[in-house]
Design a binder for this molecule. Structure first.
Ligand SMILES: Nc1nc2c(ncn2[C@@H]2O[C@H](COP(=O)(O)OP(=O)(O)O)[C@@H](O)[C@H]2O)c(=O)[nH]1
Ligand SMILES: [Mg+2]
Length: 441
């Protein structure tokens, strides 16, 4: 993957937003900044500068903040600059065109992950830390987030795999040495086999512990159901704070099922909007309604939305269709135009988002379905996969009596660890053989 050259890429999505950010990394950063801003950045390491960016015809492309990081004190270890354009995809495309028109030899769009890759090559991050950045962004869970942050800020050492990695290097060194020094009394085949069994026992224990920690339920799933036009999509948009679902007063606008995750007060939810229930459904609506019924099996809690026009019998049909028992709240909508005299929750679209959260009692609903004992974890999902992969060797290795085959299999396990921690080479191994077993002293 690695090719030299100066690389650039947007680091925010190219969508309408307050800012769109670009990062450039490589030997030509100062040169590029000089051409596009007419300013020499060499003395401005790590300082925000507000500058104009000029197009080829000298007109102004944008006025924006730029930060320059002098090598090696940058994310990649190379010269880097970060440019915060006004968040217009049109400006972003003009900016990319400007970079292309510079015709700087080797200047090109970065490949996926190339900035992180360069940071590893230049020893700014370990392989594991680069992966942790990905883990932080990927929103696995709050415990996963805390773990990945510890890896990034404190280093590989916090990983629960570290003791196993040490164990496997020691074991492989011992096996290698036993092959090369067959007559040495240090190496007893039965001892080695005992250590192999112990190694796999440790793997099994760790896998069990980490799985129970990480697979704890940490999300509460809520579904909005109700008659057509009652205001489900309006509430859905309000809750996720996006104009994502189409809201109209034409009956049957929401024909498929939409879902979105949202987080409030460290609590993660997924909310589902559904097609409304009515006697005359179109074919696509019927399909959407059926799909929602299927998904309803994984739902923790339902908000059954009703208004003045909803009959008791409609509610009973909904409860039956979605197999709802006690796990629902009745919510009366459009309280700005209708007067209700019940104890049900009442909402309307004029309420702000926080007020809606409060009225819907989202916090207590969460605690009803999600246990609040998220444990600290020393693993992420990828590391758990690695443990499971290593355990696939267990049966063959424990039953193998040919030391050469055992050595080969252990090398395979070492290589699996290399994907997590960077390559473990034969020198690491031989260092231990000689220092630990005092051979040839
Ligand atoms: N007055 C009033 N109208 C609302 C309220 N919530 C939704 N509506 C309107 O009711 C219509 C149907 O809303 P929609 O969210 O599409 O209903 P859905 O079919 O249940 O998804 C739209 O015209 C909304 O603007 C509300 O609180 N007050
Ligand atoms: Mg709808």
């Amino acid at each position: 993957m690695f090719k030299s050259g100066t690389i650039y890429s947007n680091f925010t999505p190219l969508v309408k937003a307050p800012v769109i950010g670009y990062r450039i990394s490589g030997d030509d950063v100062l040169n590029i900044l000089k051409i596009i801003t007419k300013k020499n950045f060499s003395k401005y390491h790590s300082l925000v500068q507000i500058v104009k960016i000029y197009k080829k015809d000298e007109s102004i492309l944008d006025e924006c903040s730029v930060v320059y990081f002098k090598s090696p004190k940058s994310f990649t270890g190379e010269d880097v600059c970060e440019i915060f354009l006004h968040g217009s995809p049109l400006i972003a495309s003009q900016f990319e065109q400007l970079l292309k028109d510079l015709k700087v030899p080797g200047l090109r769009l970065a490949k996926n992950g190339e900035f992180s890759y360069r940071s590893v090559l230049n020893s700014k991050n370990s392989l594991k830390q680069a992966k942790a950045i990905n883990g932080i962004i990927s929103n696995e869970s709050f415990s996963g987030l805390e773990y990945n942050k510890r890896v990034l800020f404190e280093g590989d050492i916090v990983s629960g795999l570290v003791p196993l990695r040490e164990e496997v290097i020691n074991l492989f060194s011992e096996i290698t040495a036993s092959i090369d020094f067959v007559d040495d009394e240090h190496f007893n085949f039965n001892q080695i086999k005992k250590k192999i069994r112990k190694f796999f026992n440790n793997c099994n224990n760790l896998l069990h512990k980490s799985r129970t920690n990480i697979e704890q339920k940490n999300i509460c799933r809520i579904m909005l159901v109700g008659p057509v036009n009652v205001g489900k999509s309006t509430l859905f948009n309000k809750i996720i704070d996006k104009d994502r679902a189409i809201v109209t007063d034409i009956k049957g606008t929401t024909r498929d099922i939409l879902s979105n995750e949202f987080i409030i007060n460290n609590k993660k939810f997924e909310i589902f909007d559904t097609a409304g229930q009515r006697s005359k459904q179109s074919k696509i609506e019927k399909y959407g309604y059926k799909k929602a019924q299927k998904v309803s099996k994984m739902i923790d809690h339902f908000f059954v939305l009703i208004d003045k026009n909803t009959k008791k019998s409609d509610i009973l049909v909904l409860l039956k269709d979605f197999m709802i028992n006690q796990n629902y709240s009745l919510i009366e909508t459009k309280s700005d135009i209708y007067k209700y005299n019940s104890h049900n929750i009442k909402i309307n679209y004029c309420l702000d988002r926080d007020k809606i959260y409060q009225k819907l009692k989202l916090s207590s609903i969460y605690h009803k379905y999600v246990k609040n004992n998220q444990k600290k974890t020393d693993f992420n999902l990828e590391e758990i996969d690695l443990l499971a992969r290593i355990l696939e060797y267990e049966h063959d290795l424990v039953n193998e009596n040919d030391i050469l085959i055992i050595a080969q299999q252990m090398r395979n396990i070492l290589d699996d660890f290399s994907y997590e921690f960077g390559y473990i080479n034969n020198e690491d191994v031989y260092d231990r053989v000689f220092s630990k077993f005092c051979i040839g002293k």
